[in-house]
Design a protein around this ligand. Sequence first.
Ligand code: AGP
Length: 603
Amino acid sequence: MCGIVGYTGPRNSVQPIIEGLSRLEYRGYDSAGICLKLGGKLEILKKEGKLDNLRGLLAQTNPTSQVGIGHTRWATHGAVNNDNAHPHGNEEYAVVHNGIIENASVLKKELQAEGWVFKSQTDSEVFLVLLTKFAKTEGSTLKAIARAFNTIHGNSAFVIMEKATDQLYCVKRSAPMVCGINLTNREVFFSSDPFALVGFAPDIFFPQDSVIGRGTITETKAQIEFFELDLTPSTRFRGQANAISIDATTKGHYEHFMLKEIHEQPALMEKLAAWAIKGQGQSVYNGLKGKEPSFFHITACGTAWHAGLVIKNFFEKFNRIRCNVEIASEFRYREPNLKKDEVGLFISQSGETADTLACQELCHEKGLKTFSVVNTEGSTLFRQCDENFLIHAGMEIGVASTKAFTQQVLTGYLMSMGYAGKLMSVDVYQEIKVLSDRVAAICEDAQTIKAIAEKLYQKKGFIFTGRGVYFPIALEGALKLKEIAYVHAEGYAAGELKHGPIALIDDNMVNIALLGPELFDKALSNVEEVKARRGLIFAIGPKGHSELKAVSDMVYELDFNGLPNLATIMVNVVLQLLSYHIALLKGTDIDKPRNLAKSVTVE
Ligand code: AGP
């Protein structure tokens, strides 16, 4: 997904736009661009690659403009190059876009047949051309935006700038958009994420779908107006204070946001437990008692899907609730068998992942209750679900999700304990406290994991294995390594290895074997099968098991005592740090890995 920032106000717009884009770069970093008004004309500067390339371009002329729009791109339509970078503009208008115009190719052919010329291969430019065409007939920018927006299909958000005035416009459909205002400084901001506006706009507004926002600055005040597509004033927006702390925007003393976010986990776990068990969250979780649904359809993508697999174990084991955990991009087109007394549970860090949103809409249409386990309050998923379980992980900037996974699994556990009416039992809080201490100790012991990474980082491939509740952790460990170290890694149920994948084992293939107290002997025999084929074994398992040490090349021993239900999270933190250090040794861009985006708002 792309990042969008717009500014109109008395100061030079370059600073807030570039600062905002730098905070949104985790969303997409194929190219970046900005449109400014210089000498009364719209001037676009854009460059392929990371935001630093655009900064370099700006440093050549240090332009000043009181109005501007900016964009960081995650390419969907059109190659990664300067022409396809945003903004797209002409003499009258400039636009930045996040999302996909599904009927772009049909519209483009029609417009080209009318003589309109396109400079890029993007779908986004179609909106610019439609806007310019309709402005000639509709007589106002507002009307032209409404007509152009009514003509396009698909999930999209736009910010529009015009030569004629210093006003800014925004409009969206199932894509994130936030408007910010600083009444004291007479400034208006538009963005795809409130995070870009932290420290700039104390008040923010979330317009609903098909509502046009218009930002205007006068000598005396700043103003944001909202209009329906028939241009009548709209009340379909929600205002709130911008609650995100400025600390979230910096790495602090950490080299990467990912490392900072790994180290934040012990405190975040305790904070969530205190909120849910002793604080305002009690009503949320205690309210679940005796309200078990007949069936949970759990859908999500990537890391969130792995969290769903762990949560399923809690619901089946402690609540006897039947569950199905599905990859969202498959579930949405599979015509699943859905009944009204069942619940759709959607797990998402960003709350903006297109496939997960489509599954929520499908379940909603079929009359099911929809719940979310989500990190981003105010996100589309948060606003569309009947009940939301916030995971309280704070902003997660590193594209490779870490703390969100931990908080998603913990939130699922708290829901399970809520359904079982066991939330207030001392064991639950105590276990989370023990977990927090164990994870803090692992973070302090990063040097040991770094040393193991030094022995493994040049290996050709990695097979992560786990049994039972550790199978999803094997999947998650493999995903992290793929995402940030660009090495081939697979996660397997340990018992499945001998049905094929074991063919990959040789002395250049690493088996990262996860062994918990449950099914330990079974898991150990799977390690021995790999050892028999001279595979290199790095085992993560309970302290003091001589057999495990004997069969493994390296062992990271953990204390599982006091963690009957949540040891999976502890083991996963070891894998987070292992991936981090292997990526560090490989010199990849850990916070912004190639080809990825923090949340995927396109299919
Ligand atoms: C995880 O590290 C990835 N960023 C990715 O797999 C992610 O989990 C997936 O895209 C789902 O994102 P969401 O939780 O924001 O919906």
